[in-house]
Structures are given as structure tokens and as C-alpha cells.
Design a protein around this ligand. Structure first.
Ligand code: ATP
Ligand code: MG
Length: 136
């Protein structure tokens, strides 16, 4: 079974959308394997989004991702990575399909409510970033 990481981002936690987002996730057949509420340090956020270091939006992304609590969620499903990105919708909520999480709960290309891993390999790396095997 493929593993992927969902993060309910600070804007969505602040807007009380944790339950709404998790409902969409379980309704499309994901199993929630591990979950917690936490707040990232700037160093942790910089490590997690290290691939974007040097991009114009990087510092602002770190401000945003450390601005409040987040909910990382380890998910399993067949074809988990692709399915999560489908239900998240496009990075920019304005371009996300109707009914997707970012369409419903995102407010800008930065404040887009949720993260999803972009490959099966990163699904493993990113779930391990937050959760130990004992927590499954
Ligand atoms: P995520 O990795 O969070 O699932 P993604 O894979 O759809 O999103 P990435 O290109 O990896 O998109 O960007 C990571 C995050 O950085 C985005 O989700 C968004 O919060 C922010 N971001 C991306 N592009 C921009 C931009 N042009 N301006 C501002 N913020 C951006
Ligand atoms: Mg990404």
C-alpha cells in the first residue's frame, strides 16, 4: 500500500477546516495511519521545503508554514500520492477544480490549505519526517 503525507496547513487549521478536509480524505478511501497537531520551527520548515530554497517565495513560505499549528497526517491508499494530489487540486486555488480541497479552503497560491507529497519516494521520506514506525 502506498504512503503519502498530507499536511493541513496553518490557514486551514486557523479556519477550523481540519474536520472538513479529513472528511474529504476518508470519503475517497484513504486510511489515516498517523496524525498529530504541531507547530514547525523555522529550521524544520526550511528542511521540509528544502527543494524550494532560493526561490522568490521561499522566505514567505517559511513565514506562512510557521505562523500557526499544522496537522501532519500519514495516509495510505492504493495510488495514494496521485489520488491525494487529485483531491488537493492545483497549487493555486484559483486554478483548482471545483470541489477540491484547495478550491474549497485555499485563499491564495501560498495559503493553499494543504500539502501532499509529490512522489512515492517523497511520500516515504515526508511521512518519516513526522512519524516513527512505532506510531503506525
Ligand atoms: P505542496 O508541496 O505544499 O503540496 P505543491 O506541490 O502543489 O504544494 P510546490 O511547488 O511544491 O507546490 O510549492 C510548495 C508550496 O509553496 C505551495 O503549496 C505554496 O504554499 C507555496 N508556493 C508555491 N508556489 C508559490 C508562488 N508562486 N508564490 C507563493 N507561494 C508559492
Ligand atoms: Mg510540492
Amino acid at each position: 500500500m502506498e504512503r503519502t503525507l498530507l499536511i493541513i496547513k496553518p490557514d486551514a487549521v486557523e479556519a477550523n477546516n481540519i474536520g472538513n478536509i479529513l472528511k474529504i480524505i476518508v470519503d475517497v478511501g484513504f486510511t489515516i495511519k498517523a496524525m498529530r497537531m504541531t507547530r514547525l520551527t523555522r529550521d524544520q520548515a526550511a528542511k521540509f521545503y528544502g527543494i524550494h530554497e532560493g526561490k522568490p517565495f521561499f522566505e514567505s513560505l517559511l513565514d506562512y508554514m510557521t505562523s500557526g499549528k499544522i496537522v501532519p497526517v500519514a495516509l495510505e491508499r492504493e495510488n495514494a500520492v496521485a489520488k491525494l494530489r487529485e483531491v488537493l487540486g492545483a497549487t493555486d486555488p484559483a486554478k483548482a477544480d471545483t470541489g477540491t480541497i484547495r478550491n474549497l479552503y485555499g485563499s491564495s497560491i501560498e495559503r493553499n490549505a494543504s500539502h501532499g507529497s509529490d512522489s512515492a519516494e517523497n511520500g516515504k521520506i515526508e511521512t518519516a519526517f513526522f512519524f516513527g514506525e512505532m506510531e503506525y
